[in-house]
Write a protein that binds this ligand. Structure first.
Ligand code: NAP
Length: 307
């Protein structure tokens, strides 16, 4: 029987692991399908406090893991496929084996939705990004493209005009899902250009190792063309990794965990941390803070029960 199982090994999960391990709770961390979380997909991180020269995302998250292991956290590869939170001890199935725990911290994150093109995947971190706040700074005076027609796309495009010489929004329809106010703000921004009813069919240039352009296709006419671009930002939504918890804890219509105050979920003894609950801030530092909150709540919960 574990005192605490932490689902996910991104910033939130690792920080929860550092705190619960230091409290002597010997947490078990299930690494998940993207060990290290979204930081493992980025290159330079310049906005995580404490690193005046910046740090590589994978290095930052690996450091967190080492820090947790130093205090006794145990990491296992694999995925939580299923959970039974209907009674205590809670039970989670990690690949083929079941583990029991007194508290559970869900820090399984939300994965950025990608277009799914092979070359797009190869250029993630080299011109392809899903986070304007993280990577916009690297595109000063460059040509930037943002894909999507929702609030995130509008927010990111507007933000990116601080850096880029121009920002082109590419959306697959003529109508936008974004709220009027955010759309109007972008329409009023002279640096923003628009390509509607178009999709991206390919991203160049894998041979060079960075983004040089994209192949676009007008979905109405079938016309295709290549457009030069230095940075490609995907803002087509995030998918929370909550599948094993559907029907077990309260989730919102998009599958994000509904917070019941602090780090609490609808089930007593089950806590949330990071992007699996947060659809607003989604930063490494806020996820780390949320991991700390979940750990402190789990610790106090166990202490109150005499463990
Ligand atoms: P979203 O509202 O789901 O919009 C996703 C956009 O991406 C849609 O325009 C969709 O096109 C497009 N898309 C999805 N899959 C695609 C694909 N495979 N290829 C091309 N385009 C694709 O997601 P979001 O913008 O991240 O927003 C999520 C939630 O957070 C929303 O409730 C939003 O209001 C909220 N939010 C609020 C703020 C704010 O108020 N400051 C900022 C950001 C987000 P279709 O429209 O054709 O489906």
């Amino acid at each position: 029987m574990r005192n605490v199982i932490i689902v996910g090994s991104g910033c939130a999960g690792n920080t929860a692991a550092i705190y619960t391990a230091r409290a002597g709770l010997k947490p078990l961390v299930v690494s998940g399908h993207e060990p290290g979380g979204q930081l493992s997909l980025t290159t330079e991180v310049e906005n995580f406090p404490g690193f005046p020269e910046g740090i590589l995302g994978p290095e930052l998250v690996e450091n967190m893991k080492k820090q947790a292991e130093r205090f006794g956290a145990e990491y296992v590869p694999g995925l939580v496929e299923e959970a039974d939170l209907s009674q205590r001890p809670f039970r989670v199935r990690i690949d083929d084996r079941w583990e029991e725990c007194r508290t559970l911290i869900i820090a399984s994150g939300a994965s950025a939705r990608w277009l799914g093109l092979p070359n797009e995947q190869k250029l993630i971190g080299h011109g392809v990004s899903s986070c304007a706040t993280c990577d916009g700074f690297f595109y000063r005076d460059k040509k930037i493209m943002v894909v999507g027609g929702g609030d995130s796309a509008m927010e990111e495009a507007n933000f990116l005009t601080r850096f880029g010489q121009e920002v082109t929004i590419v959306h697959r329809r003529d109508e936008f899902r974004a709220s009027k106010i955010m759309l109007d703000r972008c329409r009023a921004n002279p640096k923003i250009k628009w390509i509607t009813s178009a999709v991206i069919d390919d991203v160049y240039d894998v041979e060079k190792g960075f983004v040089t352009g994209v192949k676009l296709r007008n979905v109405k006419t079938g016309e295709t063309w290549v457009q030069e671009v230095d940075g490609l930002f995907l803002a087509i939504g995030h998918v929370p990794n909550t599948k094993p918890f559907v029907g077990q804890i309260e989730l919102d219509p998009d599958g994000f965990i509904v917070s019941h105050g602090g780090a609490r979920t609808s089930v007593t003894g089950v806590f949330h941390a990071g992007d699996v609950q947060d659809r607003v801030y989604r930063q490494a530092i806020t996820a780390a803070g949320a991991g700390c909150m979940a750990a402190i709540e789990a610790e106090r919960f166990l202490e109150a029960e005499g463990h």
